[in-house]
Design a protein around this ligand. Sequence first.
Ligand code: SAH
Ligand code: SF4
Ligand code: F3S
Length: 483
Amino acid sequence: MYSEINFDNIDINAAPPAEEPARQYYYMAKCRELVREFELKNARRPTAFTQTFGCQMNARDSEKLSGILRSAGFAEADSEEADFVIYNTCTVRDNANQRVFGRLGVLNGYKKKNPQMKVALCGCMMQEDLVIRKLQKSYSFVDLVFGTHNLYKFAELLYRCYTEKGMLVDIWKDTDKIVEDLPVERKYPFKSGVNIMFGCNNFCSYCIVPYVRGRERSRAPEEILREIRTLAADGVKEVMLLGQNVNSYGKEPKGTEFMTFPELLREVEKVEGIERIRFMTSHPKDLSDELIQVMKESKKICRHLHLPLQSGSTRILERMNRRYTKDSYLALAEKIRREIPDISLTTDIIVGFPGETEEDAEDTIDVIRKVQFDNAFTFVYSRRTGTPAAVMEQVPEDKVRENFDRILACVQETARERVKRFEGQTLPVLVEEINEQDASFVTGRLSNNTVVHFAGDGSLIGRIVDVKLKRCEGFYYIGELMS
Ligand code: SAH
Ligand code: SF4
Ligand code: F3S
């Protein structure tokens, strides 16, 4: 286990070990030597800042990056004016992409003030050839670039970045490797994401994720459970099991005799100390009756299911390669509601997919009305180079806008009604943080993931307390502490 590593016992003058993770521990020890040299020269430790874009999976990866930086001896910086800055990027939509290029200009300014500064980029965006070419052409001040498949090599790349000249670029096309036991620095002491699988094999026609995250691979159940037990022993109460499509857990790589996702959930339920279990994301095409049953019987699995719809039009769903229809989605939602009546359903919707008409948007609105989502993330379709949808005929921007506004208004109206159903009840809330706007308030979540703000102080953070839900304000509640 990683926690047993003593870096002082590693011979950094020997040749690097070939096997992982021993090789990375060796490079962490080598980096510690560089950090000591920096300290002698500057009378302070070098600082590092990790910035995350994108989804929960990227957030979890960033905790690994921070863990490695900490093990290498870097101090945590609270801003991008640091000695080492790493951006863990997302490319699911073009605006995520543009934000990174925008911020890079700012980093260049900091680097001019602090010539010792190093700038690193990793994550999904780096798996695109176009991006790499652009960086090499116009962003030569960037020191290190790597992708999603070799993140476990970060310690080694960090060492090379400090000892070699020029921009170091290391991008792999794919990998079948999962390296366990790297250091992790969690953002929250009481909750944690846990990867159960990597990659995606679904190839929805609009989506770039399968190209930048590679083929699906599941982690061995014993590794997942070992990690969760360690987290529980460390005070974690809530785990979120992470995968692009958790319902296909255990199916890849072929030949592995892994359990199904519902079976895995049953095992996680047994881990003492874990009080809440969440998971992301569930693809509607293969959500099994067994999963609904396990959720229904569970005392720990949260009353929340994120079930991305993308579109309510069967015609568009087919073009999106989603492999379900409007009717089968509605039937599934109805079945889930019948079995678990208090559950919250949330969703993702894409507006403006190639060929989408007003009629198709009406179908989406119809599904929103019928299912009554507690929340829906509504995105304008973004054309991603290399995906099948990129070469289909695109919808004009003004048409997309019109449909987007109508769909968003419908989401807001139905969610407002739906979220309100617990008003007046007293329910358990896991307190997550001091309220951002008012420091005399704290913010937490119900089992169904709805946000609750109530008067309280920092001593409540990480605790599950009873809160009376006094007033619903659209997507969240204002409450009052009862216990
Ligand atoms: N694996 C998850 C989704 C991961 S991406 C799933 O299948 O549900 C998160 C969300 O981003 C998707 O649900 C989709 O709504 C949105 N998205 C993905 N590609 C997009 C694109 N090209 N344009 C706009 N939104 C997109
Ligand atoms: Fe993208 Fe579809 Fe895979 Fe989700 S399931 S990551 S939307 S290809
Ligand atoms: Fe973005 Fe990569 Fe996640 S593209 S949404 S960070 S898997």
